[in-house]
Design a protein around this ligand. Structure first.
Ligand code: GAP
Length: 446
């Protein structure tokens, strides 16, 4: 983990947030390369879940959330972690995350600590203006169910997908970006007919495992854990977590829950007419029926299958898998980030052999512009004047291709293309560069 954290800071992937004022714990900023990697991961998810299917719509909702949403979802009452105080050092911990140095000390009995961030909306700060920063993106999907249904005329089964920030005031944020207080989720709420839920749950577990493998996580590093007992959320009939061997141990990367009719049933009006099976709070505040008509024109509340993945945990997992230290023939080592091509923050670096040579630099910029027009991802000019250093840097940040422009380019119209993984270098004609680039990344746009 230390090597990854160091690389992330050194090369501009991830920084401690608010660092110049001492930092804020549990918050991180994504730097120039981190933002590209994160966007690429989110875009891969969006393509797989929305574009490549015919049964999912997208959504982007507000983060500030009406307190009733989180009252009827159960979050106000149950979204808590057990908090204990160490009377010796005066610090507070989550009951299951007490550090070694406090374990022998006198600890208070655990009490419930609600993880939601509260704020006020508008100029008056009193109970009537309270709102929460959403603790999951899911709730806003449920409360928009009728809007999406009315505007798209969908029938079951269909899903609504959202990527966005969620906020949890974690008692002990830890392990770099694994457990943070502000993070992003990629969530799909997939609505199915009651009775079809168990089959769809299985299908989505398989789908999601395969997607993580496509992002470069080997199947042997992924395990399925069926959540049981007290760990099962109040809304869930069954939850299977995709567990990944993070650098600090095996933990949840994504959860796939069968949320039954709990959520739409909690937020709908006319609850008593809708044969809700889940144990929901009596709702007299909602003004909308969150239901759909079946083939016999009866109103039913669909069941929900929810694959919910953390973007930040995904970023940590793909960096961890890609991070490779290779022994070279000359007894030296190189660090190389063997990211899948579609995730690489920079797709190609175009490097002039000499930084002060106007002809070389001009040609380098024109190759960059020519490749950038395909919008496969970011292409950069690397004008440090030191080819060895440039290759090392681009190995470390996972750039799949380096294209070197030298005096042969001016004379013979050729460039050298270097492959990140094999380090093989080949000379190709200047007029072949675009085709080489498009062919190399042909699987990225699909
Ligand atoms: N809507 C369901 C839901 O939010 P969850 O298991 O609490 O379920 C889903 O969260 C995913 O969000 C987790 O699998 C994890 O990847 C990510 N996640 C949750 N809490 C997180 C935190 N404090 N920091 C980073 N990621 C987190």
């Amino acid at each position: 983990m230390e090597e990854i954290v160091s690389l992330c800071k050194r090369r501009g992937f991830i920084f401690q947030s608010n660092e110049i004022y001492g930092g804020l714990q549990g918050l991180y900023d994504y730097g120039p390369l981190g933002v590209e990697l994160k966007n690429n991961l989110k875009s891969a998810w969006w393509k797989s879940i929305v574009y490549n299917r015919d049964d999912v719509e997208g959504l982007d909702t507000s983060i500030l959330t009406h307190p009733n949403v989180l009252k009827y979802s159960g979050h106000e009452d149950t979204f808590t972690d057990p908090l204990v105080d160490c009377k010796s050092c005066g610090l507070r911990f989550r009951e299951d995350q007490i550090p070694e140095q406090c374990k022998g000390e006198e600890l208070t009995e655990p009490r419930d600590f609600n993880l939601m961030f509260k704020t006020n909306v508008g100029p008056v700060s009193d109970d009537s203006s309270i709102a929460y920063l959403r603790p999951e993106t899911a709730q806003q999907i449920y409360i928009n169910f009728k809007n999406v249904l009315d505007s798209t005329s969908r029938s079951l089964p269909f899903g609504i997908a959202q990527i966005g920030k969620s906020f949890r005031n974690e008692i002990t944020p830890r392990n770099f970006i694994f457990r943070v207080r502000e993070f992003e989720q990629m969530e799909l709420e997939f609505f199915v007919s009651p009775g079809d839920d168990e089959d769809w749950h299985k299908k989505w577990i398989e789908n999601r495992i395969n997607w993580w493998i496509d992002q470069g996580i080997p199947s042997e590093k992924l395990n399925l854990l069926t959540v049981t007992g007290d760990d099962l959320a109040h809304y869930s009939k069954s939850t299977v977590d995709i567990m990944y061997k993070f650098p600090h141990g095996e933990e949840e990367l994504e959860g796939i829950a069968n949320r039954t009719d709990f959520d739409l049933g909690s937020h709908t009006k006319n609850q008593h007419d809708l044969n809700i099976t889940a144990n929901v709070i009596n709702n007299n505040d909602s003004n909308t029926r969150l239901a759909i008509q079946d083939d016999d024109n009866n109103w039913i509340i669909p069941y929900v299958i929810e694959p919910s993945a953390g973007v930040d945990r995904g970023v940590l997992a793909v960096i961890n898998e890609a991070y490779t230290v290779e022994k070279l023939d000359n007894d030296k080592e190189r660090i190389v980030l063997k990211l899948k091509k579609h995730l690489a923050p920079i797709k190609a670096a175009v490097i002039p052999l000499k930084r002060n040579n106007d002809d070389l630099v001009k040609l380098t910029h024109s190759i960059k512009s020519s490749l950038q027009q395909y919008q496969i991802g970011r292409v950069v000019v690397e004008n440090t004047g030191n080819i060895g250093k440039s290759y090392r840097k681009h190995d470390e940040i996972g750039t799949p291709l380096c294209i070197t422009v030298d005096f042969d380019t001016l004379e013979n119209k050729t460039v050298t293309i270097r492959d990140r993984d094999t380090m093989d270098q080949k000379t190709i004609g200047l007029d072949e560069v675009n085709k080489y680039f498009i062919d190399f990344f042909s699987d990225v746009k699909s």
